[in-house]
Design a protein around this ligand. Structure first.
Ligand code: SF4
Length: 323
């Protein structure tokens, strides 16, 4: 495989064939440095040395009626997590103040659940309207009606996270309470009313390389502004608590991130959950592909603090995007 050609295709913003995607995911160790340097030139052209940092607030936790196998908040999870309907405004305000104080680039607010009443959306929008901290807010949310989406947009949210999670063929193995096509339709509706989209998935749930490629090619077709790649953090009490994680070597995780970059050269490619678990000690290599990370934990799992994350970015020779 000519990896320089894949770099040039990324510069031309062209997609890759399945066999080219496969060559990236199966890149032998002796060619790893060569591939990662080509990916790095793509990352640098569109994002320089900058790394943006996001924080997450779980504004509604647990009690979901869906059965996503990886999720601690699902109907089939017995994980010991906090369960609450809409969090008080002060919780969001405190996190927004932290985000503003540290120059965090985005404040992502997640809500458990797949469907919401108009009254729930209105209450949430009320919180968002009261937050005037300056940090852009994005919202991780399930399926919303067009009316609800417009209300979210009017409240000041400009970007919505809605992941595909995995490839179409593997999707029924991780969730049977909604379909892949429902996710695609929701994303298309959100794009039609002007939302930026954050869309990626989770790797390490037992899927094949073909499933990862399916997912990444579908994400590429959507052309999201941000592509978050999560590596499974198995949570006790979920169906994937005992998932086989042997595949998630640092090298494999890095190859997935490099493929995500080649397919989405201009997007923010974010290494999300699992970064601290699978890529500790490999962050400098990770940043050759990735220009965005989370700090201060994930929805139901802990993570590296904001100051530590900023320090780590600098130690790797990259720049915190707020500087
Ligand atoms: S991922 Fe979202 S929809 Fe799926 S179980 Fe968790 S909270 Fe519910």
């Amino acid at each position: 495989m000519n990896f320089a050609n894949l770099r040039d295709r990324a510069f031309a913003n062209e997609s890759l064939s399945r066999s080219e995607c496969c060559a990236v995911l199966e890149c032998p160790m002796e060619r790893f440095e060569e591939l990662s340097m080509h990916v790095y030139t793509v990352r640098q052209r569109y994002h320089g040395q900058k790394v943006s940092v996001q924080i997450l607030t779980n504004a509604k936790s647990g009690n979901c009626d869906q059965n996503c196998a990886y999720c601690a908040q699902s109907a089939v999870s017995s994980a010991k997590i906090d369960r609450y309907s809409l969090a008080p405004f002060e919780v969001l305000a405190n996190n927004a103040a932290t985000a503003a104080g540290k120059g965090v680039n985005r404040h992502c607010v997640g809500l458990s659940g797949m469907r919401f009443g108009d009254d729930q959306i209105e209450a949430f929008c009320g919180h968002i309207r009261r937050l005037k901290m300056g940090t852009p807010i994005c919202c991780s949310i399930g399926f919303v009606t067009k009316f609800q989406a417009i209300r979210l947009r009017e409240s000041g949210i400009t970007r919505i996270n809605h992941n595909l999670n995995t490839g179409r063929n593997f999707y029924p193995k991780i969730c049977t309470t909604h379909t892949y096509d429902e996710r695609l339709a929701n994303i298309a509706m959100l794009q039609s009313i002007g939302f930026e989209i954050c869309c990626g998935g989770i790797v390490g749930m037992g899927e094949s390389n073909d499933d990862v490629i399916d997912m990444l090619l579908e994400v590429r077709r959507i052309r999201p502004e941000c592509v978050p790649i999560n590596f499974l953090i198995p949570i006790q009490g979920t169906p994937l608590a005992a998932a086989n994680l042997q595949k998630l070597t640092p090298e494999y995780c890095l190859r997935v991130l490099m493929l995500a970059r080649l397919l989405n050269p201009r997007a923010d490619v974010r290494c999300a959950a699992g970064r601290e678990l699978y890529l500790k000690g490999h962050h400098a290599l990770m940043f050759r592909a990735v220009n965005s990370i989370f700090a201060a934990g994930y929805l139901t799992a802990s993570g590296e603090g904001i100051e530590d994350a900023i320090g780590m970015i600098r130690e790797c020779g990259f720049e915190y995007a707020s500087e």
